[in-house]
Design a protein around this ligand. Structure first.
Ligand SMILES: [Zn+2]
Length: 405
């Protein structure tokens, strides 16, 4: 950056004023950061005549210990008389010593400003992490690795009917395991969650909700067996363990960030190194924070949660939702399913079994294990029979659904 005043001086060939600007600039900004551009601008103008052949005036001192304010003032006077690059370079070194405290303060202020500037950007980033979509399964599906799912076109049977598949967002970056193997790429650290075709998730949703609502008394009975013993009788969700692992990683990165900042303040690392490392750590923190978002406010169930669950379940089963034509509507699914977590070998269904269920996003509460079931190829075939608009699949497979309430 070049200051307007300097540009004007150069245009008007006002050498005297330029000299005064540079003589004072190291008092204003002893880091020279703000004037570097001006200095180069003048250096590049060969016909300017600012820089003179060096003439020895006050003898230049080599020992830093002798660089005091009176020495500083005399070499400033010398610079007006003989503006040599040698003298100016020397002055930049002396300024670092006589203005050491000021440099510290300036660096601190600049770093603070940098953080302030980045804050709104990071806040904005954070807000965009929750998935707000018109698509039911983009809202509900979460990957074992913490990411949400992208929805992509799978197959078009006719012009007006398309089927979709859902893919972990991390895999949209890395590619799936099978795609990587095909291309001879390493699969280390690549998310292993499967692609989820829409018909699989639809079939599973129906089976899970039928399992819970078809026999209300039976559901209440088995829930009461477990929930009746309080937290001692329940198995907390595995999702809690996943969350705590991410939490630990996040804490570690935040610690690294603090250390880095301290090192920079103490001038232990050069600005360029700090800048590079800072970006690195910030990126990791942002990634982990994004993953944390996917867990919403899931927490371990307390005694109050467990008895509350049983109470809600009893009330809901007094008036359970009744599917029309044997099919639960998207609205019912939205209401009673908090979310579905996709693992390599199973799907965890986190249900919200309460008459007040509203399908809140990212609010899985305190899930506890209820039961598990297997969706079979027969279930899948039956679903396809009810939905002839879907092209039949040849990828029938058993799907494990673990149900949490
Ligand atoms: Zn994933």
């Amino acid at each position: 950056m070049v200051h307007e005043a300097v540009k004007t001086c150069v245009v008007e060939r006002d050498i005297e004023r330029l000299k005064y600007i540079f003589v004072d600039c190291l008092d204003v900004d002893p880091t020279f950061e703000k004037y570097k551009g001006d200095y180069e601008y003048c250096m590049n103008d060969s016909g300017l005549g600012l820089f003179e052949k060096h003439v020895e005036l006050t003898p230049m001192r080599k020992e830093k210990i002798s660089w005091d304010i009176s020495y500083w003032n005399s070499i400033k006077m010398d610079l007006i008389e003989n503006f040599s690059t040698k003298r100016f370079q020397h002055m930049r070194e002396v300024a670092k010593v006589v203005h050491a405290e000021k440099i510290e303060r300036l660096l601190r202020e600049r770093e603070q400003k940098l953080i302030e500037e980045k804050r709104p950007q990071m806040e904005k980033c954070r807000k965009n992490k929750g998935v707000h979509s018109d698509d039911l399964w983009r809202r509900k599906l979460r990957c074992q690795c913490g990411h949400a799912f992208a929805k992509t076109r799978w197959h078009s049977k006719s012009r007006d009917f398309t089927t979709y598949t859902y893919k972990c967002y991390d895999q949209t970056r890395t590619g799936t395991i099978s795609a990587r193997l095909k291309n001879g790429l390493s699969i280390e650290g690549v998310c292993r969650a499967p692609l989820v075709q829409d018909w699989k998730i639809h079939t599973m949703a129906q089976k899970v909700l039928h399992a819970v609502f078809d026999d209300p008394e039976g559901t209440v009975r088995s829930a009461a067996d477990m929930l009746g013993c309080g937290t001692a009788g329940v198995e907390q969700a595995e999702v809690l363990r996943d969350k705590s692992i991410i939490e630990e990683k996040l804490k570690k990165e935040q610690g690294r960030y603090e250390t880095l900042l301290d090192m920079r303040m103490n001038n232990e690392i050069p600005r360029e190194v700090f800048g590079r490392k800072q970006q690195e750590v910030e990126k990791k923190i942002a990634e982990l924070e994004q993953q944390m978002m996917q867990y919403g406010d899931v927490k371990p169930a307390t005694e109050a949660d467990v008895s509350g669950k049983l109470e809600n379940l009893r009330r809901l089963m007094g008036q359970p939702p009744v599917p029309e034509d044997e099919e639960f509507s998207e609205e019912d699914i939205d209401k009673y399913v908090f979310g579905v977590r996709v693992y390599e070998d199973r799907f965890e269904w986190l249900l919200n079994l309460s008459p007040e269920a509203r399908g809140e996003l990212d609010d899985a509460g305190s899930p506890v294990y209820f039961t598990k079931l297997t969706v079979t190829p027969d279930d899948e075939r039956a679903w396809f029979r009810m939905h002839p608009q879907w092209s039949k699949s040849n990828k029938y497979a058993e799907l494990e659904a673990w149900i949490y309430i």
